[in-house]
Design a protein around this ligand. Structure first.
Ligand SMILES: Cc1cc2nc3c(=O)[nH]c(=O)nc-3n(C[C@H](O)[C@H](O)[C@H](O)COP(=O)(O)O)c2cc1C
Length: 196
């Protein structure tokens, strides 16, 4: 076997969403984030467009993200503005040592369909989450509706065809690693072969 298959399978199955409410205060170092981004770039990408864009907020960058989220949420929610919801977003940022904004940049020619570019960014983000798991880090992909806006796209510095795809909170858990739940393979797969 070329790799340690059982460890890789374990990392995949143990990747878990852990929200910042369950992060400890332990800092996630910049060097570690660089490693995660280096894993992201090996995602499959049709036409090698490499559509992933990540904006990493840490240290003094975090208040900048908070200010943006505050303003973007208020502008989006208008009359439905809910201070509790806003505070929840801001509190999540305050409890994180790193937050990564996820973006999809579109090639000028639009030759590759948008859905494939979005999928590719999903794969890149999964690479981040898997390597993070191997380092004992939890991740939380958050995609509130207001981040699918032009305001968020512009904040990421993407061209008009690009899209913000959410925020990825990264942190060390402050308690037990959560257990996951999934339906069995038979539920979501159909096998076609000639054996009787
Ligand atoms: C594209 C994407 C967007 C997501 N957005 C949210 C979100 O906005 N809020 C949320 O609570 N979880 C969000 N999640 C995380 C899922 O809730 C989580 O993956 C699911 O509960 C399964 O848990 P697990 O990741 O620990 O296996 C998102 C996941 C993906 C892949």
């Amino acid at each position: 076997m070329k790799y340690n298959v059982s460890e890789i399978a374990e990392v995949i199955a143990n990747r878990r969403t852990i929200k910042p409410e369950h992060f400890s205060e332990r800092e996630v170092h910049k060097e570690l984030i660089e490693k995660l981004l280096n894993a992201a770039k090996w995602a499959p990408t049709h036409g090698l467009t490499q559509p992933w864009r990540f904006k990493v907020f840490l240290k003094d960058g975090l208040p900048k993200l908070s200010a943006f989220i505050d303003q973007a949420y208020q502008a989006f929610s208008k009359a439905d503005f809910n201070a509790k919801k806003r505070d929840k977003y801001l509190n999540r940022i305050a409890r994180s040592s790193v937050v990564i904004m996820i973006g999809m940049e579109r090639q000028e020619s639009e030759k590759i369909p948008e859905i494939e570019e979005v999928l590719s960014v999903g794969c890149a983000t999964q690479n981040i989450c898997l390597l993070a798991t191997a380092y004992g880090l939890g991740t939380y992909w958050s995609s509130p509706k207001f981040l699918y806006s032009d305001t968020a796209r512009e904040f990421l510095g993407l061209n008009t065809k690009g899209k913000c795809l959410g925020l990825l909170f990264v942190g060390y858990p402050n308690s037990e690693w959560p257990k996951g739940q999934r339906k069995p393979v038979e539920y979501f797969s159909e096998w076609v072969n000639e054996e009787k």
